[in-house]
Ligand binder design. Structure first.
Ligand SMILES: [Mn+2]
Length: 450
């Protein structure tokens, strides 16, 4: 087992190249589009309606891809069309809350860091920003100072530029995602162990967090910890405090963040020794094998949609061999049967966002290509490119409303419903890894650790 301390990566050098390349490309784009400067806000605290508390702070992803300062609202990154970027760091006088210290980390020396604590000082600092200026961030974070009055809010061209480029990661970003995988794997192992001792969903989640000293709010997304039938609820985030009896199957989809970059990993387990349990375990093993085989075939230039369709054929073959359906994979895909067992897409872009934007974007200009109507939930519909980090997450689910629909249709005859009924109490299966696409082939960032 990997200890948390072994996952410490030195980001100093890779960040150095990351920021240099990012700054150069962005400033060239800004010059071409005639921007004098770009201000990116970390974000603002969002008040809860008629309350004196705020929603948990989630940093602006456009900010996070420049520097891993993820917990401080009201900070502004200023990128001039030439020269060094500045960070206006919010450090108020506050006796109620913990005030973050001025950052002194591997990334700090790449910015001129200017501290401010009130509007008067921010007004003075921002007054030095001249020329045509763009602002990226929520409207609530736009500073209410005179200098900001003419800034252009969330220009579509700039957003398209960042959304498209975000898909391909620098070495620093890949290292961050891999480190996140390493930590998530430790937590996943603890969760699996808790499941095998009969723990409840709530207890399994607690084991996950405790294994890596994590608070729930630090997760990149709400953990999915689903026992038995709950595995069929795709975004199940309710956590039962009572263990079901019997506890048969476990689907976990849970991550970790390093430098604001997410790991997004799913695994499935079974501890039921009946014949039906053996069949479900067999499906887990077969899907796992197919997923790895598919990852081995991913190539630069390949449309991700083709991989998605290949997975549906493989899934159809698995269901056919296991006696759940009466036609092979090719026919099952053509008949649309496999979508009843796997309604979601094969995967998505992964990075500063769990589902990075730009998955349907075909070019820098922002041209969108939606996936075909039969596969509406495919979040990634562009050719694989060198440096992309994606998830590959096939599943097999026994989702009541989808099965009812299939049963009521003319395709019902192609299904062995007795076999399907045996598996309903097990919910579903999802196997999800994070994968780096490169000219040398796909590199799995999850499997070395889990
Ligand atoms: Mn995912």
């Amino acid at each position: 087992m990997i200890k948390p301390s072994e996952s410490c990566v030195n980001f100093d050098q890779s960040y150095c190249s990351h920021i240099a390349a990012k700054l150069e490309a962005t400033q060239a784009y800004m010059a071409g589009a005639q921007w004098g400067g770009l201000v990116i806000a970390s974000g603002a605290l969002e008040p809860i309606f008629k309350d004196d508390y705020h929603h948990p702070f989630v940093v602006n992803p456009y900010f996070k891809e420049w520097l891993p300062l993820t917990g401080v609202p009201n900070c502004y990154l200023y990128i001039p069309v030439s020269g060094r970027p500045s960070l206006y760091f919010y450090k108020p006088q506050d006796i109620w809350h913990k005030v973050s210290a001025l950052p002194d980390e591997f990334w700090s020396r790449h910015f001129d860091i200017l501290e401010y604590g009130d509007e008067a000082l921010l007004t003075k600092l921002l007054a030095t920003i001249k020329g045509r200026t763009a602002f990226i961030g929520p409207a609530a974070a736009l500073p209410s100072v005179p200098a900001a009055a003419d800034w252009q809010l969330n220009d579509a061209g700039l957003l398209n530029y960042f959304n498209y480029r975000r898909a391909c990661k620098s070495a620093y970003e890949v290292d961050s995602i891999e480190a996140a995988n390493q930590r998530a794997a430790i937590a996943h192992k603890a969760a699996a162990e808790a499941f095998h001792t009969g723990a409840s969903e709530y207890e399994i989640n607690r084991a996950y967090l405790a294994a890596v000293n994590l608070r729930e709010a630090e997760l990149p997304y709400g953990n999915i910890i689903a026992l038995n039938e709950n595995g069929a609820i795709l975004h199940y985030t309710h956590m039962d405090t009572e263990a079901p009896s019997p506890s048969r199957s476990f689907l976990i989809d849970a991550g970790f963040s390093v430098n604001g970059y997410a790991a997004d990993i799913s695994r499935s387990y079974c501890r039921d020794n009946s014949d039906s349990g053996a069949l479900f375990s067999h499906l887990i093993a077969q899907l796992d094998k197919a997923q790895q085989q598919l990852i081995g075939q991913l190539q630069v230039g390949q449309e991700y949609l083709q991989a998605h369709l290949a997975m549906h054929r493989m899934l159809g073959d698995i269901l056919y061999a296991a006696g759940l359906i009466k036609v092979d994979g090719e026919s099952a895909l053509a008949e649309g049967i496999t979508s009843s067992f796997l309604p979601h897409g094969l995967g998505h872009l992964l990075g500063v966002q769990v589902h990075d934007l730009g998955g349907w974007q075909r070019n820098l200009a922002g041209q969108i290509q939606e996936p075909p109507a039969e596969h509406p939930y495919l979040r990634l519909n562009r050719p694989l490119a060198d440096g992309m980090v994606i998830t590959v997450e096939p599943g097999i689910y026994f989702i009541e409303p989808l099965l009812a629909q299939l049963k009521a249709s003319t395709k019902s005859l192609l299904v062995d419903w007795q076999q399907v009924d045996r598996l309903r109490p097990f919910g579903g299966i999802r196997i999800e890894d994070n994968v780096l696409i490169s000219e040398r082939g796909a590199r799995n960032l999850t499997r070395p650790y889990l």
